[in-house]
Design a protein around this ligand. Structure first.
Ligand SMILES: CC(=O)SCCNC(=O)CCNC(=O)[C@H](O)C(C)(C)COP(=O)(O)OP(=O)(O)OC[C@H]1O[C@@H](n2cnc3c(N)ncnc32)[C@H](O)[C@@H]1OP(=O)(O)O
Ligand SMILES: O=C([O-])CC(=O)C(=O)O
Length: 371
């Protein structure tokens, strides 16, 4: 008698490989990047330092950081060919499609695309890290009928990102909150988009192909697209006093409440308290208490009805709204951050590669033959 193999839908609970990049521990509700708690990194480091850590395994010393920052700052501008392609894309294209296309064009223009050595892939990773803010900022501005703002090599990553988007550097509170969001979004083990990048890499396709595929996976509302979807929900609800009534109707319709729930964390996402604290600073900065009230009202109602905790997308959506980004730009912001984690995983996959090719159990029509 043959026993049927166990099928784990969605690979839930399946451990597929080792990683030394990050550890998600739902029991202790913690997240470590290269051994460091992400909360400590968010409190004491810049996003540039965290990117360096993810790629190199150690935090940079002052000299290494200066060299890394100079390298990043020198690569922030977009090639004219990339700008032209972005200009050609209609405004009906979702900003994630614009980012995906722009990264694809950058890959096609890179004559060293096939160099998959660790040095070659690190060079490509830093280049994408440096250019993604320009892509996102340019797309945000063109949607508002505004011209591109050139990068400023005097500014750090987040201050420059915001200056390229809004034409000026906002207050330190805003830059710091944005930087914290970039750090928190950077890496999260074998999530769907990172696993996608690893699957593509496992075929020995190039880094750009893996990143483009990962962007596609991140777009969906069950993954990165949830930060955008949270804001649509907030707009539907309108104000805190309507949250319970809205939630009951949504649950009665069997809707998934975006920004809540997680495949790995069942007792709350380790990053939420840090991002909620950053959101709170923005609520004060922009004098927007009603947004905080709505946040709390929906969260409280969700705990009463379903006891499902918020994930990182729940506080980051309203934070990006307050900073001034259009809602559909939120997931591209996630891309700008997660490109660090994706590329670290691409290099880790290549360092000990095995083609990723699981099995399936056939349940179609039995064997049959042409007459
Ligand atoms: C940065 C990130 O990518 S974090 C994730 C962002 N995604 C979201 O916020 C989308 C909303 N959340 C969800 O859809 C889910 O919680 C996921 C996809 C994130 C995780 O889902 P899974 O691990 O597959 O859990 P699953 O979907 O099986 O949920 C288990 C139960 O909780 C319910 N549930 C889970 N999340 C939610 C939610 N957000 N709203 C309503 N019910 C939910 C499910 O309906 C299911 O109920 P059932 O057992 O009665 O059918
Ligand atoms: O880990 C996951 O499944 C989703 C997530 O939170 C992330 O990618 O940051």
């Amino acid at each position: 008698m043959t026993t049927e193999p166990e099928i784990r839908k969605g690979l839930a609970g399946v451990v597929v490989d080792y990683t030394a990049i990050s550890k998600v521990n739902p029991e202790t509700n913690s997240l470590l990047y290269r051994g460091y708690p992400v909360q400590e990194l968010a409190a004491s480091c810049s996003f540039e330092e965290v990117a360096y850590l993810l790629w190199n395994g150690e935090l940079p010393n002052a000299e290494q950081l200066a060299a890394f920052a100079a390298d990043e700052r020198s690569q922030r501008s977009l090639d004219d060919a990339v700008k032209r392609v972005i200009d050609e894309l209609p405004l009906t294209a979702h900003p994630m499609d614009v980012v995906r296309t722009a990264v694809s064009v950058i890959g096609a223009l890179d004559p060293t695309w096939a160099d998959a050595s660790p040095e070659g892939n690190l060079t490509k990773s830093v280049s994408l890290f440096a250019k993604l803010p320009a892509i996102v900022a340019y797309d945000q501005r063109r949607r508002r009928g505004l011209d591109l703002v050139e990068p400023d090599a005097e500014l750090g990553y987040s201050a420059n990102f915001l200056a390229m988007t809004f034409g000026e550097v906002p207050s330190k509170v805003v830059v710091d909150a944005f930087d914290v969001s970039m750090i928190l979004y950077a890496e999260h083990s074998f999530n769907a988009s990172t696993f996608t990048a690893r699957v593509v890499t496992s075929t020995l396709a190039d880094l750009y192909s893996a990143v483009v595929a990962a962007i596609g996976a991140l777009k969906g509302p069950l993954h990165g697209g949830a930060n955008e979807a949270v804001m649509h929900i907030f707009d539907e609800i309108g104000s805190a006093d309507r949250a319970e009534e809205w939630l009951d109707a949504a649950l009665a319709e069997k809707r998934k409440i975006m920004g809540f729930g997680h495949r790995v964390y069942k007792n709350g996402d380790s990053r939420v308290p840090t991002m909620k604290a950053a959101l709170d600073t923005l609520i004060v900065e922009y004098d927007a208490p009603e947004l905080g009230e709505l946040y709390t009202a929906l969260d409280d109602a969700m705990q009463n009805r379903k006891a499902i905790k918020p994930n990182l997308d729940y506080p980051s959506g309203p934070a990006y709204r307050l900073i001034g980004f259009d809602t559909e730009m939120f997931t591209p912001l996630f891309v700008a951050s997660r490109v660090t984690g994706w590329t670290a995983h691409i290099m880790e996959q290549l360092a000990s590669n095995a083609l990723i090719r699981p099995l399936s159990l056939y349940n179609g029509v039995p064997e049959r033959h042409l007459e």
